[in-house]
Ligand binder design. Structure first.
Ligand code: ADP
Ligand code: ADP
Length: 228
């Protein structure tokens, strides 16, 4: 089964910069998929299309077979959770608890269900004990884990993370990798952008190689071993 299908995606920034130039690929359901490419390849631009934050200039994005459109965008955002590269773009409440509760509150769930989701999400990233802290006082690794919890509290089927390892020390990277593995083991499709070939080799089971807004190659991890 296919979780995400991208067809001939084109995207121009307002200054005319062509960030995506006819991108097509699929993401198998329940896979650990890496979007691998150097800085400027178009990874962030691509990921912002997966939950409808960006609208393609041309081409199609399908989530579980459904084309993203104005009518289903709320449904799509429940299915696809996007974690930004910089957690400061995502954390704005006065405590970690309130930050993670924000999404479920917007779904108008009852208080008990909100608490259940926040607790589960924060425990999944080992941040429950820090729930009363203000986000800006945390370490980068803690902020990143809190931002992931905010996405998990929406209980998405697909979790998308933009360069989650960026600027983390080896221990922080290991913590994030362990979280990604657990999410995948629970049955979620996990999509991660990175420029790190070694990490992709270690973690991914499916790979899309992106360069200058185009897909260079797509397939299981063996497409990487040929490139070493
Ligand atoms: P990556 O995530 O792989 O580093 P990006 O998606 O950030 O790549 O960028 C793809 C291309 O689009 C690059 O050429 C980048 O300079 C350009 N770009 C990114 N954001 C903007 C923007 N806000 N305005 C204009 N060009 C942009
Ligand atoms: P509001 O300030 O919007 O009224 P609350 O602070 O009452 O929201 O929080 C909503 C729910 O979450 C309540 O059931 C509350 O007990 C619980 N809650 C709030 N903060 C925490 C926390 N740090 N740890 C555990 N439960 C919390």
């Amino acid at each position: 089964k296919i979780a995400v299908e991208i067809e001939n995606l084109m995207f121009f920034y307002p200054d005319g910069n062509k960030a995506l130039d006819g991108v097509s690929f699929v993401v198998p359901e329940r896979s650990k998929t890496v979007i691998l490419g150097p800085n400027g390849a178009g990874k962030s631009t691509l990921l912002l299309h997966l939950n409808g934050l960006y609208t393609p200039n041309r081409g199609k994005v399908r989530i579980f077979g459904k084309l993203i459109n104005a009518e289903n965008i709320r449904e799509i955002r429940k299915k696809v959770g996007l974690v930004f590269q910089d957690p400061d773009d995502q954390l704005f409440a006065s405590t970690i608890f309130d930050d993670v509760a924000f999404g479920p509150q917007n779904l108008e769930l009852d208080k008990k269900e909100i608490l259940r989701r926040v607790e589960e999400a924060l425990k999944a990233v080992d941040m429950w004990d820090l729930r009363d802290r203000p986000p800006h006082h945390l370490s980068l690794g803690q902020k990143k884990r809190a931002a992931i919890a905010g996405v998990l509290a929406m209980e998405p089927d697909i979790v998308v993370l933009d360069e989650p390892m960026a600027y983390l020390d080896p221990r922080g990277q290991e913590e994030i990798t362990a979280i990604l593995n657990r999410l995948n083991n629970e049955g979620k499709t996990v999509i991660v952008s990175t420029h790190d070939l070694d990490w992709a080799l270690e973690w991914a089971d499916y790979v899309v190689i992106l360069n200058a807004g185009r897909v260079m190659a797509e397939g299981d991890k063996s497409i990487l071993t040929n490139r070493r």
